[in-house]
Ligand binder design. Structure first.
Ligand SMILES: [Zn+2]
Length: 444
């Protein structure tokens, strides 16, 4: 079997990663109980500055070439990190004599020849623990000019949203004030890989805003990609968020979410589990949440489990709904959940159906596949993408095929409902909320 850890270890030992530029300027903060006027990157989490956590995460994956962009209060940062030797990295400093915005320094460094190849661009005041190698590989495979780490969050309605096509190519960038009705919950987390090719093509100088002046105008150009990941990346912009980050660090959630580590998931059926069952759903407006389902999902989101939908959608094979229409249906589902502070880490669906002979059917989907539940294919796909330990995971659904698919994948299969089924589930509950109360909340 493919030994991911061993391979990464070998690679990490012999290869130095791309340069990482960390924006560590900006204003100070008096957040929470932190005394004095600390620069934001020096805010302590678990007794260490948040910037130290970022640098140690980079160092552990052989990203040792680091540029810190500092300005106001930069001396505090320089005095602490010095040349980086104490942290196993080499740090150089770019000092902004005047504020250059979130990207102005990049263009200065480009002119000075400091930036010659693709590089990571990070914010020094964001708590994270991610598999940088995985993201770099993705960036290179896509031939991307800018790769944005994207994830769902609990407040998409007041976040800028990234819209991408099925290849993850970014097609639109929706700011808070831009019009949007139903949308995929995909938010820019502020972790990027930027190609110098992108910067070289722009003639800007002085104060430059990365999002407004560099990325957003390129969104429709076809060379920017979204990197969807459930790993931990959180800003600490309010006392509440700061407290949450400290809590997540103490409980180990920050580190556990790094995709180098095995993940655990709650796999969820869609119709009858999250949204009301009303036969085949063919239009977005037919999606209506089950009472209490969003709250239960939000609780899963706050736990150590990923929330992943696995759903049979034979409406595609039957010709009753196109892939695009199914995407609209899922956008409505994600929007309704987002309004209640809940999100899905991903959705996997089977478009197939085995029985031929219906008017309007699409022959290419009329096959016996490995992904239609009760087969475990969708769960296995998800497990591969997110490094999931199936034995520590749940499959939750309201039909026998869910129970069988979960069991076939090696998960704990949970049946929701009271009707008799011919197989033996791991547990039975009335609804998703009851499952979460009984199995997820008790574990934390
Ligand atoms: Zn299938």
């Amino acid at each position: 079997m493919y030994d991911r850890e061993a391979e990464e270890g070998t690679r990490a030992a012999c290869e130095t990663g791309m340069k990482a530029v960390i924006m560590a300027g900006g204003r100070g903060t008096r957040i929470a109980s932190v005394a004095g006027d600390l620069p934001k990157p020096m805010i302590p989490v678990g007794g260490k500055p948040v910037l130290e956590h970022i640098i140690r995460c980079l160092a552990s994956q052989s990203y040792t070439d680091i540029v810190l962009v500092v300005g106001y209060l930069g001396d505090t940062i320089r005095d602490y990190f010095k040349d980086g030797a104490a942290f196993g990295v080499s740090i150089t400093y770019f000092v902004e004599q005047m504020p250059l915005g979130t990207a102005g320094a990049l263009f200065e460094m480009l002119r000075q020849g400091t930036l010659r190849e693709d590089f990571f661009l990070l914010n020094g005041d964001v708590m994270l623990d991610i598999d940088f190698r995985r993201m770099e590989t993705y960036h290179r495979d896509k031939g991307s000019w800018a790769t944005l780490f994207t994830h769902p969050n609990s407040h998409p309605q007041d976040s800028a949203l990234i819209v991408a096509d099925e290849t993850k190519r970014i097609t639109k960038w929706l700011n808070k004030e831009d019009e949007r009705s139903f949308y995929k919950n995909r938010v820019n987390a502020g972790v990027h890989i930027i190609s110098v090719k992108l910067l070289e093509g722009l003639s800007v100088s002085g104060r430059v805003d990365l999002d407004r002046d560099v990325l957003k105008p390129q969104a429709a150009g076809g060379r920017l990609y979204a990197y969807d990941s459930p790993e931990y990346v959180r800003d600490m912009g309010t006392p509440e968020r700061y407290a949450a980050v400290c809590r997540d660090y103490e409980t180990g959630k920050v580190a556990a979410r790094n995709l180098k580590n095995r993940q655990k998931a709650v796999f969820l059926d869609r119709d009858g589990t999250i949204n009301r069952f009303r036969g085949f759903i063919r239009r977005p407006e037919e999606i209506e949440l089950i009472e209490g389902a969003a709250r239960a999902l939000a609780q899963i989101n706050q736990s150590g489990y990923l929330a992943i939908v696995v759903t049979n959608q034979p409406v595609i094979a039957r010709g009753e709904c196109t892939i695009e229409e199914l995407e609209r249906i899922h956008e409505r589902l994600e929007t309704l959940l987002g309004r209640e502070g809940a999100y899905l880490d991903d959705i996997f669906y089977c478009p197939h159906h085995p029985d031929k002979g219906f008017a309007g059917e699409r022959p290419q989907y009329k096959i016996r596949c490995d992904c239609r539940k009760p087969k475990p294919g969708l769960l296995l796909q998800a497990a591969q993408r997110y490094h999931i330990d199936l034995v520590r995971s749940y499959m939750v659904g309201d039909s026998e095929s869910d129970v069988l698919a979960g069991a076939a994948a090696g998960c704990k299969s949970v049946y929701l409902g009271s009707g008799g089924i011919s197989c033996e589930p791991w547990a039975v509950f009335g609804d998703l909320a009851e499952f979460v109360r009984s199995c997820i909340m008790t574990e934390e």
